[in-house]
Design a binder for this molecule. Structure first.
Ligand SMILES: [Ca+2]
Ligand SMILES: [Ca+2]
Length: 177
């Protein structure tokens, strides 16, 4: 029995150490340092958001006809890491469920295209294990969200170096280690 408790204790401390190793950086969509129309800031819209959120209104237009519409975020990464990108979003439907995202000046990638509509929920990138997560060095970085489909809303953004972490509801903005 005692041996079992020791093993359990060792397992728990290893588990907690691994969890503690994964930094999480969370910020509100409305803290974007640049918002370009038809991306707009909404302060009193759909219930259940964490404060304000960003939206490309349904019918505002999307590529190739409308190529404008973006939000740029700047944030500090505390130490080198490999991050999963999570976004708290509200999609209008299958023609309104994605962004094109760019990390710093890297290659743009598709974010979203999941089939959960008309409810606030968290979506991650990458979805497939074969796609590389975001590798970010210590220091300042940017994320750019571009117009790909209208009818989309973005409430919170969370970068997690802990691959097992799954945000559930509204997250507290800031840095957790
Ligand atoms: Ca779509
Ligand atoms: Ca928000």
């Amino acid at each position: 029995m005692k041996k079992r408790i020791v093993i359990l204790g060792a397992f728990l401390s290893a588990f907690l150490t691994v969890r503690a190793a994964g930094a999480k950086i969370c910020f509100e969509a409305e803290t974007a340092e640049l918002i370009e129309a038809p991306m707009v800031l909404v302060t009193n819209g759909i219930e259940g958001a964490s404060g304000a959120y960003l939206e490309i209104p349904e019918g505002a237009g999307n590529p190739p006809k409308v190529t404008d519409g973006k939000a740029v975020f700047a944030f500090e990464v505390p130490s080198d890491g490999i991050f999963t990108l999570w976004c708290r979003v509200w999609w209008e439907g299958e023609c309104s469920n994605s962004f094109t995202v760019q990390s710093d000046d890297g290659a743009a990638f598709l974010f979203g295209e999941d089939a959960t509509y008309k409810v606030w929920h968290w979506v991650k990138y990458p979805v497939a294990r074969t796609t590389a997560p975001l590798r970010l060095s210590k220091g300042r970085h940017t994320l750019t969200f571009r117009n790909r489909e209208d009818g989309v809303r973005l409430d919170q953004i969370l970068l997690s170096a802990d691959r097992r972490f799954v945000p559930v509801d509204i997250e507290v903005p800031g840095l957790r280690k």
